[in-house]
Design a protein around this ligand. Structure first.
Ligand SMILES: Cc1cc2nc3c(=O)[nH]c(=O)nc-3n(C[C@H](O)[C@H](O)[C@H](O)COP(=O)(O)OP(=O)(O)OC[C@H]3O[C@@H](n4cnc5c(N)ncnc54)[C@H](O)[C@@H]3O)c2cc1C
Length: 389
């Protein structure tokens, strides 16, 4: 159903593999994941067995060494059948990319090799209750003590909270100036001392992503778990964290828009009335509305792929394109799920099936940072040559 994607053969194969896992393992569990707010363990295991957890890991370690376009493709296939799984997988990929970007030999062995082998899931904890969507302003601190860094603070909405094997956290040195964007990233292992997860996630949508708060009270992590060097911070934010975060979420939400569109197409093909001949889709007004939705999904996909390709090529023009892509995807998924629900009529509304889930999951797109507000502001500031932060 997507238009021509113009992909190199390895990316075609990767997309087909993701679609296969999505159909065989992720889709059959999507309803339970949503209804019971269950973290998608079996689906993540299947993605590991298919060699998809190491998407961004160096091939020398058994990974695929892929970039942003691959991430957009895989998350779209997952988001199409289960938004929560798309998000969990996407945050794993962003976390693993942050680790891979400047990994030490020790980090390659302890984290990246198990990730590539499909045995380790990671995630990302940037947001904090105190600074909300302004994820580049963490207030969680670290101080050095012997061969450890000691963490104190509170993270909010950590995807895969309580389920991942490790978490990439943003932290600032205790006595440092709190300039925007100057944070370090550290790896926290699951079950580390001094950590406590808040209540389980019971969201309106994305119900399986286990987005939870995390309290850190004098939590020690080995000094070897610092990612990159102090001073790399702004590089991490704008070269790795933000672009990969944007692509992972855009792919997932695009997949959700696509699923709603597919449900609408099926309904318009099959719905017939006793008093007329031909299915509902033969009414011109209805076909016209469907056509508009397809155009919205397709042009948004093309913008995302264009931005991801620029990102993979290291082109500075990727920055505004990526900002625009996530903002456009968020607008598109909310519109498409809403309008597709109307096209499917009372049947779509009556039962909380795929359409209801898509509508609820879609709504998180605007509030996940960088939010649409933030992205449009950053885009404008980029065009005006103003500093982003
Ligand atoms: C399902 C889900 C999963 C998530 N997963 C993760 C994760 O894995 N890791 C992680 O780190 N975070 C995650 N988050 C957190 C997310 O990225 C946001 O940080 C969080 O939702 C912010 O919520 P808030 O209530 O603090 O928003 P607030 O900061 O209170 O913002 C409220 C609204 O005000 C707008 N706003 C705020 N400041 C400005 C401004 N200066 N200009 C214009 N508009 C502004 C925002 O755009 C937003 O729409 C997740 C959130 C959700 C809902």
């Amino acid at each position: 159903m997507p238009g021509g994607l113009d992909l190199a053969p390895p990316l075609h194969e990767l997309r087909a593999l993701a679609a296969e896992v999505a159909a065989s393992t992720v889709a059959p569990r999507a309803e339970t994941v949503d209804r019971d707010a269950v973290w998608p363990a079996e689906s993540m295991r299947a993605l590991g067995e298919a060699g998809l957890l190491g998407l961004h890991v160096d091939p020398e370690l058994g990974g695929r060494g892929e970039g942003m376009l691959a991430l957009a493709l895989v998350t779209e296939e997952l988001g199409r059948v289960c938004g929560s799984t798309g998000l969990v997988y996407g945050m794993h990929c962003v976390g693993s990319k942050v680790v891979a970007a400047k990994a030490t030999p020790d980090q390659r062995e302890r984290y990246l090799a198990p990730i590539a082998a499909g045995r380790h899931v990671t995630s990302l904890g940037l947001s904090e209750p105190g600074t909300g969507i302004h994820f580049y302003l963490p207030r969680t601190t670290f101080r050095s003590e012997d061969d450890h860094l000691v963490l104190n603070g509170r993270k909010s909405f950590v995807t895969s909270g309580g389920h991942a094997d490790s978490y990439v956290l943003s932290v600032v040195r205790e006595d440092r100036d709190l300039d925007p964007g100057t944070f370090s990233c550290v790896l926290l292992d699951a079950l580390a001392p001094g950590t406590e997860w808040s209540a389980t996630w019971d969201g309106l949508g994305m119900r399986g992503n286990s987005s939870r708060g995390l309290d850190l009270v004098d939590a020690p992590v080995p000094v070897t778990n610092l990612l990159g060097s102090e001073g790399d911070e702004t590089w991490y934010v704008f070269e790795i964290v933000a672009p990969y975060f944007i692509v992972a979420m855009s792919g997932t939400y695009l997949g959700i828009a696509r699923s709603a569109l597919e449900v609408a197409i099926e309904h318009l093909r099959e719905r017939t009335y006793t008093h007329t001949t031909g299915p509902l889709g033969t009414y011109d007004t209805v076909a016209h509305r469907l056509g508009e939705l397809w155009g919205t999904v397709e042009r948004t996909r093309q913008l995302l792929h264009h931005a991801a390709r620029l990102g993979d090529a290291g082109d500075p023009a990727s920055r505004p394109a990526l900002f625009a892509a996530k903002a456009e995807v968020a607008d598109a998924v909310v519109r498409v799920t809403n309008d597709a629900m109307t096209l499917v009529g009372g049947l779509g509304f009556a039962r909380d099936g795929v359409m209801g889930r898509a509508l609820r999951d879609a709504r998180a797109s605007h509030v996940m940072s960088p939010t649409t507000d933030l992205l449009k502001t950053w885009l404008g500031r980029t065009l005006l040559d103003l500093p982003l932060l």
